[in-house]
Design a protein around this ligand. Structure first.
Ligand code: DC
Length: 236
């Protein structure tokens, strides 16, 4: 079974995906981490993330794979927290615009998912286009939504920034709005709710969101496992 969680920066999709995979004993594919890992390799190679041919050149020389807990490995090494620096934040947004880079990363992430499936594991994938592009046949597609102000506060908290600081929140809202515009300009890969997608309002606590996802997955499984069930069920 494949479940996709897409959404804008700070929507909380990665936290939900990681926790969902943990509770189900499934593999977590953090697609943003793959983009970040490639960006890390590109910067280390002294290549320019804005030049598609340079990025592709690094990509075809670099082995990317991942653990079932979402951690991505670059040529056998885990960059870890080095993927979460402001420098990577800036460069990855530029790198992710290149269509041929996206196509090759999608191919590699599908290959990773096929190995997880062969090992009998379910998969939770999160990103921007996990449901629309990477796994169009996913069993359950979720769009994780939250207001800009909530996303900004969440991002500040994740970065260990000031709490209840209106100026810091306003600055983070501006940063996120800039990233949103870039993400939303990616056509088919843009993070938008689409038909057949369950929109999850992630403004309350994580337990509510996880509970709602788990019950949908249980219902899907129950229909699948019912004797004589044929076609896949609708999540609604
Ligand atoms: O979710 P994140 O912040 O770790 O994502 C890092 C960057 O990668 C972000 O700029 C958007 C891009 N990305 C993408 O274009 N498609 C995905 N499926 C996942 C991430």
């Amino acid at each position: 079974m494949v479940v996709t969680l897409d959404g804008l920066s700070g929507s909380g999709k990665s936290t939900l995906a990681r926790e969902l995979a943990r509770r189900l004993g499934w593999t977590w594919l953090d697609s943003g981490a793959w983009y970040r890992a490639l960006t890390w390799a590109v910067l280390r190679a002294g290549a320019d993330p804005a030049v598609e041919d340079q990025v592709l050149d690094v990509l075809f020389r670099t082995h990317l794979d991942a653990e079932s807990d979402g951690r991505v490995r670059v040529d056998g090494r885990f960059p870890g927290d080095a993927l979460r620096t402001p420098e990577i934040d800036r460069a990855v947004a530029v790198l992710a615009d290149h269509p041929r880079v996206r196509a090759e990363l999608v191919r590699r992430m599908r290959e990773f998912a096929a190995h997880a499936a062969a090992a009998g594991a379910g998969l939770v994938a999160d990103g921007r286009d996990a449901g629309a592009v990477i796994f169009p046949d996913a069993d359950l597609k979720v769009f994780v939504d939250a207001p800009l102000a909530v996303r900004a506060r969440r991002r500040l908290a994740q970065r260990g920034g000031p709490v209840e600081d209106p100026a810091a929140e306003a600055a983070m809202e501006r940063e996120l709005a800039t990233r949103d515009a870039r993400d939303l300009a990616r056509g088919e890969a843009a993070p938008r709710p689409r038909s057949g997608t369950f929109v999850l309002e992630n403004t309350d606590g994580i337990e509510e969101a996880i509970g709602s996802l788990l019950s949908r997955i249980q219902r899907l499984r129950a229909v699948r496992e019912a004797p004589g069930s044929g076609a896949g069920p609708s999540p609604d």
